[in-house]
Design a protein around this ligand. Structure first.
Ligand code: TRP
Length: 361
């Protein structure tokens, strides 16, 4: 059964296809999405254009990464019958709104966006990044606002982008829809604004540490446990985490400086059991580091097992084709909302010369 665009409040979020998803994505955002699927009209965007900001010459790879990330989503339980999976590059209204929004935000404001600055540093982009790199932050405002969502579930690192998006929405509504600049955020639509002021929803874990025990889990830092890792790979990666100290099972230890306990807190469901392990660790009550690691390995594998099973259904070229069908159906549905928003924006901006119809199948 396929749902049509519903009257439920909308949620939009997205991922840049950079490779496979890892545990940090799961607890930072995916988990939240699964929870929201029933209550909201959810749109999950494949930000494939954004992947070109740093990999323009690797377009084939981006194509495949786009398909792989959808496999991860489906494997996690994103249900394409309830939620809409959207391919950014086939939603023309996003590119068009990006231009409109680029006129409403000072260049220097974009360049001060802390998430962009951090990315320039951490990815070593120096001063050779393309014009399109800072432009993606403006594009992200369009990704979001084209769906006029109430919530945007994201990881902590995206909050600066959502804040910029909120500023753009307010500015548009003030400039073109006559909304009072003192209006409360929740009143913008009621006062005639085209865009609601969306709110970020931060996941249970804003930032998950990687298996290096230091940095945020990330594919590029080589410290990630991927959702598609085999039980053996999980065991090997968790097993190799440095526990922050050197001790024997009967030495008192400090669980608070041991990153394995961070994983225990996040992934072991029985909080009492974790508390007990910490207590024994502190006392040096016959609790080896290997034991704590195994408990974490088991918990992570328990989470990943159903994900691996579902992912297996999409193996091979047939799986790829099935995924493309899903993206295509979702994008078609998304374009109904996107075209409607674009027209509302054009009307507000006196660009309503005529209303176009667009073949977006
Ligand atoms: N920039 C986001 C990331 O790297 C991905 C993204 C693109 C996004 N468009 C979005 C997230 C819109 C939320 C809303 O994770």
């Amino acid at each position: 059964m396929t749902t049509t665009n519903s009257d439920k409040p909308r949620v939009l979020t997205g991922d840049t296809p950079t490779g496979r998803l890892h545990l940090g994505h799961y607890v930072g955002s995916i988990e939240n999405r699964l929870r929201l699927q029933d209550e909201y009209d959810c749109y999950f965007l494949l930000a494939n254009m954004h992947a070109f900001t740093t990999r323009a010459e690797r377009s084939r790879e981006i194509h495949q990464d786009t398909i792989e990330i959808v496999k991860d989503w489906l494997a996690c339980g994103i249900d394409p019958n309830r939620s809409t999976i959207v391919l950014q590059t086939e939603v023309p209204a996003i590119a068009e709104l990006s231009w409109f929004f680029a006129m409403l935000i000072p260049f220097n404001r974009v360049m001060r966006n802390p998430t962009l600055k951090t990315e320039i540093d951490s990815k070593g982009l120096g001063d050779t990044y393309p014009f399109g790199f800072p432009m993606y932050a403006v594009g992200q405002c369009a990704d979001i606002l084209v769906f006029r969502p109430k919530y945007v579930p994201v990881g902590e690192d995206q909050v600066a982008h959502i804040e910029m998006c909120r500023e753009v929405a307010r500015r548009f509504d003030q400039v073109y829809c006559g909304v009072d600049s003192h209006a409360e955020d929740e009143d913008y639509e009621a006062q005639g604004g085209v865009f609601p002021i969306p709110e970020a929803l931060i996941g249970r874990i804003g930032r998950l540490v990687g298996t290096d025990g230091k940095h945020k889990m990330s594919k590029s830092l080589n410290n990630a446990v991927f959702l598609s890792d085999t039980p053996k790979q999980v065991k090997k990666k968790i097993g190799a985490i440095y526990p922050g100290q050197s001790r024997e099972p009967n030495d008192p230890g400090d669980p608070d400086i041991n990153p394995v306990f961070t994983f225990a807190d996040v992934f072991i469901k029985d909080a009492g059991a974790v508390a007990e392990m910490k207590e024994r660790y502190r006392k040096g009550d016959n609790l080896g580091d290997g034991h704590v690691k195994m408990a974490v390995v088991d918990a992570v594998n328990e989470l990943l097992e159903p994900i691996r099973e579902r992912r297996a259904q999409y193996e091979g070229p047939q799986g790829d084709a099935a995924v493309v069908d899903i993206i295509r159906a979702g994008t078609e549905r998304a374009n109904v909302v996107a075209e409607e928003t674009l027209w509302m924006a054009k009307e507000a901006m006196s660009l309503d010369f005529w209303r176009r119809s667009l073949e977006t199948k």
